[in-house]
Design a protein around this ligand. Structure first.
Ligand SMILES: *[C@@H]1O[C@H](CO)[C@@H](O)[C@H](O)[C@H]1NC(C)=O
Ligand SMILES: *[C@@H]1O[C@H](CO)[C@@H](O)[C@H](O)[C@H]1NC(C)=O
Ligand SMILES: *[C@@H]1O[C@H](CO)[C@@H](O)[C@H](O)[C@H]1NC(C)=O
Ligand SMILES: *[C@@H]1O[C@H](CO)[C@@H](O)[C@H](O)[C@H]1NC(C)=O
Ligand SMILES: *[C@@H]1O[C@H](CO)[C@@H](O)[C@H](O)[C@H]1NC(C)=O
Ligand SMILES: *[C@@H]1O[C@H](CO)[C@@H](O)[C@H](O)[C@H]1NC(C)=O
Ligand SMILES: *[C@@H]1O[C@H](CO)[C@@H](O)[C@H](O)[C@H]1NC(C)=O
Ligand SMILES: *[C@@H]1O[C@H](CO)[C@@H](O)[C@H](O)[C@H]1NC(C)=O
Ligand SMILES: *[C@@H]1O[C@H](CO)[C@@H](O)[C@H](O)[C@H]1NC(C)=O
Ligand SMILES: *[C@@H]1O[C@H](CO)[C@@H](O)[C@H](O)[C@H]1NC(C)=O
Ligand SMILES: *[C@@H]1O[C@H](CO)[C@@H](O)[C@H](O)[C@H]1NC(C)=O
Ligand SMILES: *[C@@H]1O[C@H](CO)[C@@H](O)[C@H](O)[C@H]1NC(C)=O
Length: 561
């Protein structure tokens, strides 16, 4: 918007005669500078800056050249211009995708400046989408919007893009600009869910996806919605596929009303222009007095369609309902899965979800990704567990032993596509295995094993200490410590005691907590040890016991930090 205003201002300013204080002579006219083009839709504007030393009565003229042209040609609309811009939209370019060259010079009397060449450009690449023309019509709870596509009717610039534009709209109640709503609309569309007798304002811009380009917003348009219509529109239109037929349903609160429904191809929406005559009556849905009608499936060709319903009381009719989009593919049916359940151990049950049985009817089960809603409950209780799973295996853990649990499942289309789901499968029940005390024994076993290991460690440690004193009275050099740790990032308690000898032993003796931490977070601790060993490398003297306990103290400090 700002940019547009800027451009507009420039164009207005350009109307003023170009005047600069007279300079001496004028023999050597200075060339114009900074030549540039501004293209909005099919409007081509060339702008430039004049040299400060220019003199009175200087004018400018431009020439152009396109591929296939031998010589420069005078640029229409840009001859003897007194301002610093000109409009060359009248050059009807046949091809906006090929490079165009422009040059411009100053002139006074018979004298002229050097040519200034503008950077060659491809018009389509420079073109911006201008503000749109919008026409509005009000209903009581909706606004009908009619957007003229960018450019003129015979626009060359967007000739290829007319059906690619995406229009995005911002609408708000004039009384409160805070409640803004943004919507993507077609060039002819309807904005629903508005309040009657209210002033709404909106602005629209066009966008192209590829190459990505966002247009200027239109001016703000305002309109009042009408007073509430005597005959309200049907609401909540739904269409479901049942055996060989579609059932179209809607909500309506009042009696003595008749209804009619129409359909139209969805793709027509994307083609600019009015297609109000393309709506067709749906068979079996004319003057019905019920709030539903049953339509043979062959009433529609394959594809995506829109459906709308209107209510009538006597000869007064409602506005058309919101349009409901439906895809004839939805007539395919999802069949319920086949499930089985078995107990894996005393406290869990495993549910397998299988493909439905072969069916002669069309099924989407094989065509579209499905997810499963699995309901699981204890037979004697009403409390259900519900899981929605893409997988076909589900395990329910932490169950009571010797208890009957039941399960059923249904298949749904992923992402709620067409809101389709199967009915529930048959319910399958299964009893969990008897609980036993094996856990207790297992725990006891683990404890015994751990205890044995600790005893062994101790024995090995004592042995090593003896060996150490006998064979290696001065212990190991510090380098060994470094080596050990660089080779063994994930420390192992047993190995460390046996290989690291006495100083390691003292760590275990003095700081049991550390060994536990080591195991839970080996990498972090490895870092600690590495820094430790490098810091203390000078202290690894003959005094094994001392250095060992020093490490343990420092480790403890780190631990408390
Ligand atoms: C054109 O240039 C000549 C010298 O090159 C100078 O004498 C003459 O005054 C100029 N004419 C105008 C109209 O500036
Ligand atoms: C050219 O002129 C415009 C105003 O007309 C000015 O904003 C711009 O800075 C000028 N550019 C140069 C390079 O002089
Ligand atoms: C500019 O041109 C006008 C006529 O077009 C003429 O009367 C005037 O003298 C000229 N001024 C200069 C400075 O040449
Ligand atoms: C440029 O000229 C065209 C006609 O050739 C006209 O429709 C358009 O409004 C002009 N643009 C400006 C910015 O003056
Ligand atoms: C300028 O051009 C005109 C014809 O266009 C000519 O009659 C006149 O002599 C020229 N003046 C000079 C100074 O060249
Ligand atoms: C929108 O509201 C403002 C004041 O809030 C009022 O001046 C203006 O006329 C309203 N516009 C319309 C179109 O009703
Ligand atoms: C819209 O309604 C407001 C009052 O709500 C009124 O002042 C205004 O004139 C109406 N505008 C039109 C275009 O009818
Ligand atoms: C297949 O469709 C027919 C009629 O539409 C129906 O009678 C039959 O029960 C369906 N079969 C299955 C397996 O759903
Ligand atoms: C509907 O019509 C019947 C007769 O046709 C009439 O008796 C009844 O009062 C009407 N109901 C309403 C709500 O108008
Ligand atoms: C039709 O609408 C008019 C006003 O728009 C109203 O006077 C009339 O009673 C309505 N007729 C029926 C049958 O509702
Ligand atoms: C309704 O239809 C009747 C005839 O069927 C007609 O006399 C009457 O004027 C119509 N009313 C309206 C509001 O169109
Ligand atoms: C589930 O419980 C009902 C009574 O609530 C019982 O009749 C039925 O046999 C139980 N089902 C299984 C599989 O045990």
């Amino acid at each position: 918007m700002l940019a547009l205003l800027g451009a507009t201002t420039l164009m207005l300013v350009a109307g003023a005669p170009w005047v600069l204080p007279a300079a001496s002579g004028g023999t050597n006219l200075k060339s114009p500078e900074n030549g540039r083009v501004c293209i909005i839709d099919d409007n081509f504007i060339l702008q430039w800056n004049s040299s400060r030393e220019s003199v009175r009565n200087v004018t400018f003229s431009a020439e152009y050249k396109i591929p296939g042209m031998e010589n420069w040609k005078k640029l229409p609309g840009c001859q003897h211009i007194t301002s610093t811009e000109c409009n060359f939209s009248s050059v009807k370019l046949k091809n906006v995708y090929e490079k165009i060259e422009l040059r411009i010079r100053a002139e006074k009397g018979n004298n002229t400046s050097q040519w200034h060449e503008v950077k060659p450009f491809i018009p389509f690449q420079e073109a911006q989408i201008g503000p749109l023309d919008v026409h509005l019509e009000a209903e009581d709870k909706a606004i009908i919007i009619n957007i003229s596509p960018p450019g003129t009717k015979d626009s060359v610039m967007w000739a290829m893009d007319h059906s690619s534009f995406i229009y995005s709209l911002v609408i708000w109640k004039n009384s409160s600009s805070l409640e803004e709503r943004t919507e993507t609309v077609y060039s002819r569309d309807k904005i629903y869910k508005l309040s009657p007798e209210t002033t709404y304002c909106l602005k629209v811009k066009a966008e192209l996806r590829s190459p990505r380009r966002v247009g200027f917003y239109s001016p703000v348009y305002c309109i009042n919605t009408t007073e509430k219509h005597k005959v309200p529109s049907p609401e909540n239109i739904q269409i479901d596929a049942e055996n060989q037929v579609y059932v179209l349903k809607w909500d309506y609160a009042h009696e003595n009303t008749t209804f009619r429904a129409q359909w139209s191809h969805e793709f027509l929406k994307r083609i600019p222009g009015s297609h109000s005559d393309k709506w067709k009556q749906i068979p079996n849905c004319e003057d019905v007095e019920t709030t539903h009608c049953v339509i043979p499936q062959n009433a529609f060709p394959e594809g995506i369609h829109r459906i709308r319903v209107q209510a009538s009381v006597g000869n007064n009719t409602s506005f058309w309902s919101e349009e409901k989009i439906f895809n004839t593919e939805m007539k395919t049916i999802i069949f319920p899965p086949v499930i089985s359940m078995k107990s894996v151990n005393d406290d869990s049950l495993h549910v397998s979800i299988g493909a439905p049985k072969e069916s002669e009817n069309k099924s989407v089960n094989q065509l579209y990704p499905l997810i499963y809603e699995v309901i699981f409950w204890e037979n004697t209780s009403n409390a259900e567990r519900k899981v929605v799973e893409k997988r076909t295996d589900v395990t329910f853990p932490n169950l009571k032993p010797l208890t009957v649990y039941c399960v059923k499942a249904k298949a749904l289309t992923e992402n709620g596509k067409w809101n389709k789901s199967s009915v529930f499968s048959a319910t399958v029940c299964e009893k969990t295995k008897p609980g036993n005390t094996s856990k207790t024994w297992l725990i006891a076993g683990i404890c015994t094993a751990l205890f044995s290991i600790i005893v062994i460690i101790y024995v090995v440690k004592v042995l090593l200490r003896c060996i150490n004193y006998v064979f290696f009275p001065s212990s190991k050099p510090p380098s060994t410590v470094d080596e050990y740790f660089s080779e063994q990032p994930v420390r192992n308690l047993l190995l460390s005691t046996s290989e690291e000898q006495t100083e390691r032993c003292s760590i275990i003796e003095n700081a049991n907590t550390i060994t536990v931490i080591e195991e839970t977070n080996p990498i972090e601790d490895h870092k600690k040890y590495n820094s430790q060993t490098s810091q203390d490398s000078g202290n690894y003297s003959n005094e094994d016991e001392n250095s060992g306990s020093k490490i343990s103290e420092e480790l403890l400090e780190q631990e408390t930090v």
